[in-house]
Ligand binder design. Structure first.
Ligand code: ZN
Length: 882
């Protein structure tokens, strides 16, 4: 296997200036005179400052790079040996303390790069290498490697002293700023000042070195970077002590390139691993990809054995800050992955240990893989499993798992639901009363969250999603009067799943949002099946918690083992091969299995969590079973059932109604998730990524069958659009009181604005169906099998939204729903660029028919008359040529 070709040219500037062969031809006397002159010049020249002078009294920290700290003023210097010039090093940065709202919270893995240092006259240049391309050295074109892909020179430092072995330069420019890694997130375009909290300008004078951990193969430099923002427009959240002054703790880690004969394994679209993307610039293939998956370097102790221990196992430490009662569950979940590695020929590949209380190393030390705990003011995730790699090979060099303390909690915490931008549950009182039609352009991320996520694109925010699912399970059990040990069992399964999932990320696995489709509703509660296979094809999904509507049939709440897909993926990634021929045969054999039951795969790019995004509805979050629509129908029933029990259960004596209100929002969050799972089937397209001729392969694109699209429409009609869809909530609404805290009702009146909640749910359903991309696809797929036309979809929607009360009273919820629908159709006509002609024709046709329908029957009362008068006005306004 050839490795990626990355060159780092070394300029030896001094060597160009002396012509030594010429000097040898001079007569002896001339030579002596020249030598004497040189000697006397050297004697009269000012004495060069030595490294010893420049570092006198400094604290010296010897490691991969030796760092000197001036203990009088805090300045740093770095010594670069001559042997280190031109060599490639891995750079990895971490944020160790900072606001989650900027993605700078503890344990966040940031930049990963290959850097190189070279000498240019009297200074050292620090370069970042471009690792995106490969050139086959046997191809003459490889001589032009590096052309049109300039390296980034991010810093030059004047040499302050040197000796025969190397050079001393200031370290402050390298460590005390953003040259290595951009810490302050770029302000999102189009966001007005004050809309988001951000850092001000870097203040090097207030920035300082915290510590250096120096080892032969790596040097970690931990610094506090200070930022000043004298007049901030946005004060940030409660985690910000003073928005004018912030300090961010960052760790810069430098590592020697490993010399361990690691063999990169190339990626494949049928299985989901994080990768280093590399394009072969000398290939004539239509897919000249040499993308290398992220994987650990596992080598068999006994290469001839079918099952062998690895020379170096993947060793994990459970941080000694971990609550004692959780340690056994975490250890068992980690060790459970060994089942998967046995498929690849390794036993005891994963070793789980507890960090002793007497340990002298810290969790931030990159030589240790640690499951760490934090309790953040605004947790952006429940857990997060990052790793870092050698960008030249994809070899995973280290990993951590960060678990938020709130993953241990059984109660919805106020801030989690109402103030956390990552929370999928809805905060009724924070929504505008009239949800604007702008929503139909597709849900956009809140700006602050977008800013936070920009720091870590591979972020796993399983957190909020899984926690909300877990709390729904808790509510269901508590409402049913389940005993404590059952609640504890549910929490155990939740934590076990969380660790299995994050551990999977650290093995290199990306999300598999299709995996929760493995079992049918009839199988999902059958523990004979689920204990053998798991509930899902993979633990890398964000499933709905499996809470059975019928308690007597309850099986497992979460899957408790890596699923068939996980076993297959680990086998693909980690099975050793001895030669390129063996590798090719192995790949062909294992990848041909991609259509076996349980091996289905689709990642975050394929998932349909946002309206209008992606195309295959089976790839989604918060869904479960191969009949996700039917499963969601049951979940709507469960939510209605629980609504009826909320007051009895959560209006607790001697307490305010805050918990009742949080549970109410939680249950509406469930409705929101179900709407997002169900509505995507309308206009959906099933994807098959099989290669040509593979067993079980179908066509790459198959529109969802008409009957199933209609089933989805029916579930939405009954549970979201029907006049009685939210009747179960009526008994709770007068009790939805937020507890007064200080003056928290100043900016908004405190009454529960539930019409906004229900309208948001309706918008959630409509926004996907009326999204320009969905409607365009509904029409395009008719060319290859879709039987549900845009006109049919709008007819069914209109029926569901208008027919039930056309001859009677229209309740408040339906008045908002009907108005929202008409506004959305009007917007389709106005937005000529966004919608295709057939979608616009369908909208115009619908509005015309709707006007006829609304004017054909007399209104039951004046309220209905006023409402319909407004609708007709909106229709006329939208359809009249101006
Ligand atoms: Zn994840």
């Amino acid at each position: 296997m050839k490795t990626t070709l990355v060159t780092c040219t070394l300029i030896a500037a001094g060597a160009l200036l002396v012509n030594s062969t010429h000097a040898q031809t001079l007569p002896a006397n001339v030579k002596k005179a020249l030598a004497d002159t040189a000697k006397s010049a050297a004697a009269s020249a000012p004495k060069k400052t030595s490294i010893a002078d420049k570092t006198k009294g400094n604290k010296k920290m010897e490691g991969l790079f030796t760092v000197y700290l001036d203990t009088a003023n805090g300045n740093t210097q770095i010594f670069v040996s001559k042997g280190q010039l031109g060599k490639k090093y891995i750079y990895q940065s971490f944020s160790e303390n900072g606001p989650a709202s900027l993605g700078l919270n503890k344990g966040t893995y940031r930049d990963n790069a290959v850097i190189c240092i070279k000498k240019y006259y009297d200074r050292l240049e620090f370069q970042r290498m471009n690792t995106n391309f490969y050139y086959d050295p046997a191809n003459p074109v490889s001589k032009s490697a590096d052309v049109n892909q300039p390296e980034a020179i991010f810093l030059t430092e004047k040499i302050v002293a040197e000796d025969s072995t190397g050079y001393l330069v200031s370290g402050d420019g390298l460590f005390m700023g953003e040259k290595l890694d951009q810490i302050k997130p770029t302000f999102p375009p189009g966001i007005p000042p004050g809309a988001v909290f951000n850092l001000g300008g870097l203040n090097p004078g207030k920035s300082q070195l915290v510590k250096v951990r120096a080892y032969p193969l790596n040097t970690d430099v931990v610094v506090d970077l200070a930022y000043d923002n004298p007049m901030p427009f946005n004060g940030g959240g409660k985690d910000i002590a003073d928005a004018r002054f912030n300090r961010i703790r960052v760790q810069h880690s430098f590592l020697e390139l490993p010399e361990d004969n690691f063999k990169p394994r190339l990626d494949d679209p049928r299985v989901g691993f994080f990768t280093e993307e590399v394009t072969d610039q000398t290939s004539i293939s239509p897919t000249p990809f040499r993308d290398m998956i992220h994987r650990w370097n596992l080598v068999k102790k006994d290469p001839s054995a079918a099952l062998s221990e690895p020379v170096t196992p993947i060793t994990w430490y459970i941080e000694n800050t971990t609550p004692v009662e959780y340690r056994d569950v975490i250890k068992a979940a980690g060790e459970k992955w060994n089942e998967a590695f046995e498929k690849a020929g390794f036993k005891n590949a994963v070793v789980m240990k507890v960090q002793p209380d007497t340990a002298t190393w810290e969790a931030g030390d990159i030589r240790y893989n640690v499951i760490r705990w934090v309790s953040s003011p605004y947790p952006a995730y429940g857990a997060y499993g990052p790793s870092f790699v050698n960008p030249l090979s994809g070899e995973i060099l280290g990993a951590d798992i960060m678990v938020e303390w709130y993953s241990g909690s059984f109660t919805p915490v106020y801030d989690e639901i109402f103030n956390n931008p990552g929370s999928p549950a809805m905060a009724g009182s924070n929504l505008p009363l009239n949800v604007t039609t702008a929503t139909f352009a597709g849900a956009t991320q809140p700006a602050q969250q977008a800013l936070a996520n920009s720091a870590k694109p591979e972020m796993c925010n399983m957190a909020a999603e899984l926690k909300m699912q877990f709390l729904t399970g808790v509510t269901a059990l508590e409402a049913a009067g389940a005993p404590d040990n059952e609640l504890k069992e549910m929490h155990k399964q939740f934590l076990y799943y969380l660790i299995l999932h994050e551990m999977g990320h650290t093995m290199g696995l990306m999300h598999n949002m299709k995996a929760s489709q493995m079992l049918s509703p009839a199988e999902i509660n059958n523990t004979e099946i689920t204990h053998k296979l798991g509930l899902q094809g993979s633990v890398m999904d964000y499933p709905a918690i499996n809470v059975s509507l019928d308690r007597s049939k309850q099986g497992d709440y979460y899957t408790t083992k890596p699923g068939p897909y996980d076993l297959w993926a680990i086998e693909f990634a980690y099975t050793p091969t001895a030669s390129e021929t063996e590798e090719a045969a192995f790949r062909k054999r294992i990848l041909a299995r991609s259509n076996e039951p349980g091996l289905m795969f689709g990642n975050d790019a394929d998932d349909m969590r946002a309206a209008g995004k992606a195309i295959d509805p089976r790839v989604n979050v918060n869904d479960l079973t191969s009949d996700a629509v039917g499963y969601a129908d049951d979940r709507f029933k469960l939510v209605n059932l629980l609504m009826g029990k909320l007051k009895t259960k959560y209006a607790r004596p001697d307490a305010s109604y805050a918990e009742l209100r949080a549970r109410y929002n939680l249950l509406n969050g469930q409705r929101n998730s179900m709407i997002a799972a169900v509505s995507r089937y309308i206009g959906g397209v099933y994807i098959d990524r099989s290669f040509v001729g593979e067993t079980g392969a179908t066509k790459p694109y198959t529109p969802v069958p008409l009957a199933y699209q209609k089933k989805a429409m029916d579930v939405l009609a009954r549970n979201v659009f029907a006049p009685n869809a939210f009747d179960a909530d009526a008994q709770v609404i007068p009790y939805l009181q937020t507890q007064r805290r200080g003056f928290n009702f100043f900016s908004t009146t405190e009454d529960p604005k539930v019409t906004a909640v229900y309208n948001t749910l309706a918008v959630g359903a409509i926004s996907h169906l009326l999204h320009a991309q969905t409607l365009q696809r509904i029409t395009a797929t008719r060319l290859y099998g879709n039987q549900y036309t845009a006109v049919d979809v709008l007819n069914d929607l209109t029926r569901a939204i208008f027919d039930a009360d056309i001859n009677g009273n229209v309740n408040v919820y339906r008045q908002y729903l009907q108005t929202t629908y008409v506004k959305a159709l009007a917007q389709m006509l106005a937005e000529r660029g966004g919608y295709d002609d057939i979608a616009q024709a369908a909208a115009r046709n619908t509005l015309k028919k709707l006007k006829a329908k609304l004017t054909a029957t007399p209104a039951a009362n004046e309220e209905v008359k006023a409402h319909r008068g407004n609708l007709v006005f909106l229709i006329d306004d939208a359809t009249t040529v101006k």
